[in-house]
Structure formats: structure tokens, C-alpha cells
Design a protein around this ligand. Structure first.
Ligand SMILES: *[C@@H]1O[C@H](CO)[C@@H](O)[C@H](O)[C@H]1NC(C)=O
Ligand SMILES: *[C@@H]1O[C@H](CO)[C@@H](O)[C@H](O)[C@H]1NC(C)=O
Ligand SMILES: *[C@@H]1O[C@H](CO)[C@@H](O)[C@H](O)[C@H]1NC(C)=O
Length: 185
């Protein structure tokens, strides 16, 4: 009998606990208010097909395009070890390296998929940001996700908004990366 009397209290208690944890896990993130923001420039210098410009290259095609779709190099995969600078100048001292890959992944237009690490090893920052996302080149700006980090960027998460600022044939392109972190520890 006693336990029956207590049942409504138990239910009330249970509901309170559940609603508390539901509220606790809901965080509001203001896109306009990142905990850290960095604007950096990514420079990609692609080795030409005959490999004659090794000294002026930081990336290379690893696969040939598949014969699928006509002119959008579907399946071409590029691995890069690219300099990252604080301003638009390719020849400025790099503040980080971008190491990873992109491949072309659409049959009817130019789009690519990026996955890379931004590796910082300077007096200002030591650590890594891991970034990935769809490069929908028909859009002026694209959002990659910062999926994690180490070192100074321990457990970081956020958005890297990229814009193509310059392109010289297939040899060179520059991306402006506006990196906004919303989790900083
Ligand atoms: C190598 O290929 C590039 C185009 O990718 C061309 O401009 C250049 O003349 C070629 N060089 C030689 C030595 O064939
Ligand atoms: C390498 O290529 C880039 C892009 O085309 C160019 O701006 C730069 O001057 C070149 N550097 C050398 C040493 O040829
Ligand atoms: C970082 O820089 C230091 C000092 O220049 C160097 O000894 C170390 O090997 C570098 N680490 C990496 C991962 O590049």
C-alpha cells in the first residue's frame, strides 16, 4: 500500500529528471558569435601532367578522371601539401600547412569533396584543425565543417567558409578560408 502512495511522486521525480537533462543538453549557438575566428588563405599549385614543374608545385593528381560524365574530370583525385598564409600573397611566410585531398565528384558540373588537416606549428599556434566538406564551386561561398582539433585547437568544432579568390588555369587557385569555431576549450 505504501509503495502505491509513493508512485505519483516517483513519476513526478522521473519527469523532472528527464526534463532537466533535456534542457541541459540544448545549447544555443549564435552563428555571429564564434569563440575564435581566423581568416587564412589556401594556395594550391598543381603539378602539370608531364611533371616538369616540380619546383613550383604543392599538389599532384593521383588518379586520372574516369570516363563518366564529359568534361568535369569526375574521379580525379588530388593530394596536396599546400601553404596557408595570413594574407593573399602566395609568397608570404606560411602560418600553417594544409595537407589532405580533394576529388571531383559530379558528372554534370565541377564540384569536389575536400578532407584535410590544417597543421599549425608556430609560436602563435601549435595544433591541428580537421576540415571536410563539399566544394560546390557554382556557389560563391561554401561551408566546410571543422570536425575536430588537437593541441591549441583541442576538441574544436566550427565552420570554414571558403571563397575562390583567384585561379590561374589549372596550375593555381587560392581559397579564402574564414574559419569560425563555436567550440573552444
Ligand atoms: C608540360 O605540360 C604543360 C601543360 O600541362 C605544358 O604547358 C608544357 O609545355 C609541358 N612541358 C613539356 C616540357 O612538355
Ligand atoms: C609558381 O606559380 C604561381 C602560380 O602560377 C606563380 O604565381 C609563381 O610566381 C610561380 N613561381 C615560380 C617560382 O615560378
Ligand atoms: C615544429 O617546429 C619545430 C621547431 O621548428 C620542429 O622541431 C618540429 O619538428 C615541428 N613539428 C612538426 C610536426 O612539423
Amino acid at each position: 500500500m505504501k509503495s502505491l502512495v509513493n508512485t505519483p511522486f516517483l513519476i513526478l521525480f522521473f519527469l523532472l529528471v528527464v526534463s532537466q537533462s533535456a534542457f541541459a543538453s540544448r545549447k544555443t549557438i549564435n552563428p555571429q558569435n564564434p569563440c575564435k575566428r581566423m581568416v587564412l588563405y589556401y594556395h594550391d599549385l598543381l603539378l602539370n601532367a608531364n611533371g616538369t614543374d616540380v619546383d613550383n608545385s604543392t599538389s599532384a593528381a593521383i588518379t586520372n578522371p574516369a570516363k563518366l560524365g564529359n568534361n568535369y574530370v569526375f574521379g580525379k583525385l588530388i593530394v596536396f601539401d599546400d601553404p596557408v598564409t595570413k594574407d593573399q600573397n602566395l609568397h608570404s611566410p606560411p602560418v600553417a600547412k594544409a595537407q589532405g585531398l580533394y576529388f571531383y565528384d559530379m558528372r554534370t558540373d565541377f564540384t569536389a569533396w575536400f578532407a584535410f588537416s590544417l597543421i599549425f606549428n608556430s609560436t602563435e599556434h601549435k595544433g591541428i584543425l580537421n576540415i571536410m566538406g563539399a566544394d560546390l564551386m557554382m556557389e560563391k561561398t561554401r561551408d566546410f565543417t571543422v570536425v575536430g582539433g588537437t593541441g591549441d585547437f583541442f576538441m574544436a568544432r566550427g565552420i570554414a567558409t571558403v571563397t575562390t579568390e583567384a585561379a590561374e588555369g589549372i596550375k593555381y587557385f587560392r581559397l579564402k578560408m574564414d574559419i569560425k569555431l563555436y567550440e573552444c576549450y
